[in-house]
Structure formats: structure tokens, C-alpha cells
Design a binder for this molecule. Structure first.
Ligand SMILES: Cc1cc2nc3c(=O)[nH]c(=O)nc-3n(C[C@H](O)[C@H](O)[C@H](O)COP(=O)(O)O)c2cc1C
Length: 341
């Protein structure tokens, strides 16, 4: 559990403190971690040691990757990174709702620019986890030039990611979510497919009507996306009485909604795309549920903030027990088992 006193400090201050600790920890000598073969999978040619990933937004600038990898994450997604550095929205912009184990953030893609992060990733020693690179547009780029922002960001980070994610789903960059339309995703993935053979993912919001969302995912897959990451934070403020009227909600209040959206996507695309579930996952029961729905792997963010550094190992250990209870010998057998029945 995260020590309670840390919650008395302003959220971004704690994040900076933790980041400092992780940077140092990442530099200390390490003994190799033995992955549990029951949890390992080969996905799109990539070796994923276990199904618990860290969602985008925690390590925006790729400064903590080595330290984070020691906490046992199977994949770490850095970013969102934009072509140019930008400050993001004014502070305070992260709010805790402790009884609800939830957060609300309106960060606005604060980051030091994709080139710096790419350089850091290039200088890292080999790590026992996958690295995802999550890309976005600068706030001051006019909407009609967005494609060129994604292209610049991709070009600047080619070679450093195991997979790439196009984030069109943050609620904190004006009009970004409008780009979750068929014509833009078609252009976006067609452009990216020309530039790289690495797996490309679309990260979607949970707030779109289902028909539109499935149509956008379909088009992305046809244009070259290998997977869908569902979901980003929600702007459905009815989920949290007393929520602020701006910024995205994450954590427990998002759990049910993200699960429903993920299930719709899984019903439509399981077997045709790699599916990654994120949103409100805080224990092995929920993680395993989404694996059975069709998630090849999962990502967590808010539960990591509330439960602290042991969460990843805990969930992984508990997933092994759930697999045993179901008489399954590997996670691969569990992925999408609910769709196959
Ligand atoms: C403070 C904060 C910052 C985030 N920043 C990003 C981001 O830069 N890019 C992104 O794709 N998602 C971002 N997210 C969304 C998470 O990656 C994740 O999709 C969402 O929080 C739901 O997962 P959770 O309920 O486990 O937190 C952010 C979330 C939080 C709480």
C-alpha cells in the first residue's frame, strides 16, 4: 500500500519524489528476474514476460523506465509525447478522490518533447519488459496539421519502441477526441504503416457511442493498426458525485464503464487485433476477467498510485492462482476464453 502520508502532499509533488527515487533505483545493480513461464506470451513477435503493463502518462518523458521495470511490469508505455516540448495545463491538474480510489487529471500532454525521450530510451540497457511509445499532437498545432505532428513524433522515436500508440483519446487537448473518426484514423495508420513495421495501436476513449467507436476501430485495423487499447479516462462526470467539470476520471469509478467498452471491442475484434484493457483495473479478479474477455495484456495507472510498488507482482501472483483454479497452464490459454465459449 502507498503510505497514507504521501496523500497529504500535492499529487504532482509526490510524483516528482517517486520519480526521483525510481531514477536512482534504476541505476543500482540488479539481479536478473526470472519471468514466470505461465505468464509469458509472444505477441506480434514480441516477448511479453507478464500481462501487467504500466499505462501511459506515468512516465511521460521516459525518465523512470529502468526503475519501473524492476517493479515487475511486463510493458511500460511512455508518453504521451508530442513533437515539441510543452508545459500542459496550469496546475493544479491532478486531483485525488481517495475514498473512491480514483483520480481526475487535466494534464494536457505536459512533456519535454519526443526527441529527448527517444534519446533516453536509446541509451537504456536491455530491459526485461516491452517499451510502448505513446504519441500525441501539440496543443498549438492546428487540427488540420495534426497528421504531420503524429508523423514527426513517430519519425523522431522510430527504433526506440517495441510498439507505438496513437493517442486520440485524451480529453485534455482541445478537439483531440474529434479525430476519433474513420477518415482521420485511416490517414493516420496508412501514414504510420509506411514508416514502420513495428506494431501500431490506437488508444480510444470510453465516451463514444458504441457504433461510432467500433467503426473507428475497424477502420484503424484495416489501415494497419495491430491493436486497440481501451480505454483512456472518462469525461462522464455522473460517475463521481462532486467531480470537477473538466479533466478525465480514472480508477475505480471508471472500472465498470471501461469494462463494458472493452467487452464491446473484444466481441467485435478478438482474433483480428491484439486487445489491451485499461481503466479501473486494480486487482487480479478484474484483470483476469478482461483477459478472459480477450485482453492479451492489461495496463494500470490509478491503482498503482493507490496501492504502491508491489501491485504488479501481487496481481501477477494472483493471476497464476486464478489460472490454476481454472485448470489452465498458461495465460495464453485464458486470453479470450470467454469469446470462444
Ligand atoms: C495523471 C494521469 C495522466 C495521464 N496521462 C496520459 C497520457 O499522457 N496519455 C495517455 O494515453 N493516457 C494518459 N492517462 C490515462 C491512463 O493511461 C489510463 O488510460 C487511464 O488512467 C485509465 O486507467 P486507470 O484507471 O488504471 O488509471 C493518464 C492518466 C492519469 C491518471
Amino acid at each position: 500500500m502507498t503510505p497514507r502520508w504521501l496523500f497529504a502532499l500535492e499529487a504532482e509533488r509526490v510524483h516528482a519524489l517517486v520519480g526521483f527515487g525510481l531514477k536512482i533505483w534504476g541505476k543500482l545493480p540488479r539481479s536478473p528476474q526470472m519471468p514466470n513461464p505461465a505468464l509469458a506470451q509472444k505477441i506480434l513477435g514480441l516477448n511479453l514476460p507478464n500481462p501487467i503493463g504500466l499505462a501511459a502518462g506515468f512516465d511521460k518523458n521516459a525518465t523512470m523506465v529502468a526503475g519501473l521495470s524492476r517493479l515487475g511490469f511486463g510493458a511500460i508505455e511512455v508518453g504521451t509525447l508530442t513533437p515539441k516540448a510543452q508545459l500542459g495545463n496550469p496546475k493544479p491538474r491532478v486531483f485525488r478522490y481517495i475514498p473512491q480510489q480514483s483520480l481526475q487529471n487535466s494534464m494536457g500532454f505536459n512533456n519535454k518533447g519526443v526527441a529527448k525521450a527517444a534519446q533516453r530510451l536509446e541509451n537504456l540497457p536491455p530491459l526485461p519488459c516491452l517499451i510502448g511509445v505513446n504519441l500525441g499532437k501539440n496543443k498549438d498545432t492546428p487540427l488540420e496539421n495534426t497528421l504531420s505532428d503524429y508523423e514527426k513524433a513517430l519519425k523522431a522515436s522510430l527504433g526506440v519502441g517495441d510498439y507505438y500508440v496513437f493517442n486520440l483519446s485524451s480529453p485534455n487537448t482541445p478537439n483531440l477526441r474529434d479525430l476519433q473518426n474513420e477518415s482521420f484514423v485511416d490517414e493516420l495508420f496508412s501514414m504510420a504503416r509506411e514508416r514502420t513495421h513495428k506494431p501500431l495501436f490506437l488508444k480510444v476513449a470510453p465516451d463514444m457511442p458504441s457504433d461510432g467507436l467500433l467503426a473507428v476501430c475497424e477502420r484503424a485495423i484495416k489501415a494497419g493498426a495491430k491493436g486497440i487499447i481501451a480505454t483512456n479516462t472518462t469525461i462522464d462526470y455522473s460517475l463521481l458525485p462532486g467531480a470537477r467539470q473538466s479533466g478525465g476520471l480514472s480508477g475505480r469509478v471508471l472500472e465498470a464503464k471501461a469494462r463494458v467498452v472493452f467487452e464491446e471491442i473484444a466481441r467485435a475484434f478478438f482474433g483480428r487485433a491484439v486487445l489491451v484493457a485499461v481503466g479501473g483495473i486494480s486487482d487480479a479478479k478484474e484483470a483476469y476477467e478482461r483477459i478472459k474477455m480477450g485482453a492479451s495484456f492489461l495496463q494500470i495507472f490509478t491503482a498503482f498510485i493507490y496501492q504502491g510498488p508491489t501491485i504488479c507482482r501481487q496481481i501477477n501472483q494472483d493471476i497464476v492462482k486464478l489460472l490454476q483454479q481454472d485448470g489452465l497452464s498458461s495465460i495464453h490459454e485464458a486470453v479470450g476464453i470467454g469469446q470462444k465459449r
